[in-house]
Write a protein of this length. Structure first.
Length: 471
């Protein structure tokens, strides 16, 4: 396991190079939702040194770059809390299905993935998110066909090359078709194999330090695709290793019926019985939650990854996000896999979360623009267990931030920059810093070749389609 820092890794700020951003609107998303109509941000190395109104302090040393942010809004970088990168090469399929029928339609294809496919798909997924302001990504990868190669290594390598902060939720399934599950038997692991491979991934890749670029979570797929023992022993493994836990929960009505039929209780009670509620746990979707479920999540500080576009695409329903927030449940946003959210972007989820939740019981009072921005930034940091490090623009935090261009035709007549970002069209990213380093400049990735990724993802999608067609 990568060494855990005994301190937060702060360095002598007088000796590091600085980037100064000035003349921009700033939404810090700190505890008081502090905002500046025109302010500055000073980045020293990989840390935010100062944030405030007006120009930056005079006399700063080692300034290597000054950015004029006129016409822009600076926010914390967006944080994605749920995704399945491999699905980038199966977009646009089974477009009129609910969740279970969609899984049945796609598992025979997904069962044929291999390492080159997964690497290309990870590059495509990461590139699309990074271009749209994501600075911390995560991937829940749970399909490990026999003989498919080092899929975890391929995904982590793609994130490292892109330069984004990353959490791999090392997923698993041990319930194949012969055990009443949905995926083919050759695409699932044994209980022992899944636990061993997950522990190996944690030992090899997880970094517990303050400024970690790669972290690993333990992530059996869902209550209907894994055994009770895999859930129970997975939780024990995660806590023994000091890492977080992730899975799908309460996504559909059918899942609730499945749990009641098989286990005699609903999903939340089942998860609690297996050790899967707690402040080190977050679950994707959580659409079908009653009052007692929400109370249990709030009491245990279990987090939620809200995926509004995917929930709508698969007709799963509207999650009770306003009720969760009121109860004190940590909630972040997720793209989800691009076979159920073909855009692959998180900044559009800010808008969709607000609009879709207004179709629910709370109507126009469900969410406002600043609550939506908080879901995509600080809320995501809470869910990933990194709220002391990222998710808001504050002195001492890691320098993960985005400068959104809001002075073009798409946004210039909206006076409130946060409203422009959330309610308006998807805003261009003029600059995105991760760990103090540029990953996007003028809406183009700086670390990888976007056109080459487009070609490789197309080629691997076509290769997978040919292999799947042969069966």
């Amino acid at each position: 396991m990568a060494p855990s820092a005994a301190h937060d890794g702060a360095t002598d700020s007088s000796a590091v190079e600085r980037i100064v951003i000035e003349n921009c609107a700033i939404a810090t998303v700190d505890a008081g939702d502090t905002e500046y109509a025109s302010g500055h941000i000073v980045v020293a190395g990989n840390r935010i040194e100062s944030v405030g109104a007006g120009p930056a302090p005079q006399g700063l040393g080692h300034v290597v770059r000054r950015v004029d942010g006129t016409g822009h809004l600076a926010t914390p970088g967006l944080i994605n809390t749920h995704h399945h990168f491999y699905q980038w090469i199966t977009r646009g399929l089974a477009t009129d299905h609910n969740l279970f029928n969609w899984l049945v339609a796609l598992y025979p294809t997904w069962a044929r993935i291999d390492e080159p496919m997964v690497r290309a798909a990870a590059q495509g997924s990461l590139a699309m998110m990074a271009r749209g302001g994501v600075t911390t990504a995560m991937d829940h990868h749970y399909v490990h066909p026999q003989g498919s190669g080092d899929l975890s290594g391929a995904i982590i390598g793609a994130a490292r090359e892109m330069g984004v902060r990353f959490t791999l939720a090392r997923g698993s399934m041990d319930r194949g078709t012969s055990d009443g599950g949905l995926p083919p038997d050759f695409a699932v692991e044994s209980l022992e194999g899944a636990l061993a491979a997950t522990e190996e991934t944690v030992d090899k890749h997880h970094d517990a330090s303050f400024d970690a670029m790669t972290q690993v979570a333990v992530a059996p797929c869902s209550p209907f695709s894994v055994s009770t023992e895999l859930l129970r022993q997975g939780a024990e493994l995660a806590r023994r290793k000091g890492v977080r836990l992730h899975t799908h929960g309460s996504e559909t009505v059918e899942e609730e019926e499945f749990c009641k039929e098989l286990f005699g209780m609903g999903p939340t009670d089942y998860f609690e019985s297996t050790g899967w509620l707690g402040e080190d746990v977050w679950m994707a979707h959580c659409v079908h939650m009653n009052d007692s479920d929400i109370e249990a999540f709030a009491r245990t500080r279990t987090g939620v990854a809200h995926c509004p576009s995917s929930n709508a695409r698969l007709a799963a329903g509207i999650a009770r996000v306003p009720d969760m927030l009121k109860a004190g449940v940590p909630v972040g946003l997720g793209v989800d896999g691009t076979a159920s959210n073909e855009s692959g972007e998180l900044h559009t989820e800010l808008r969709n979360a607000l609009l879709i939740n207004r179709l629910g019981a709370h109507r126009e009072a469900a969410l406002n623009a600043r609550q939506a921005l908080r879901l995509g930034t600080y809320g995501g940091a809470q869910v990933l267990g990194r709220a002391t490090q990222i998710g808001s623009l504050e002195s001492g935090k890691l320098a993960d931030l985005v400068l959104w261009k809001l002075d073009t035709l798409a946004h210039s007549s909206i006076a409130d920059p946060v409203v422009a970002l959330v309610f308006g069209a998807a805003a261009p990213v003029s600059l995105s810093l991760v760990d103090g380093k540029p990953v996007v400049e003028n809406s183009r990735l700086t670390t990888v070749d976007e056109d080459a990724i487009a070609r490789s993802t197309r080629d691997e999608a076509q290769r997978l389609a040919r292999i799947a067609a042969r069966g």
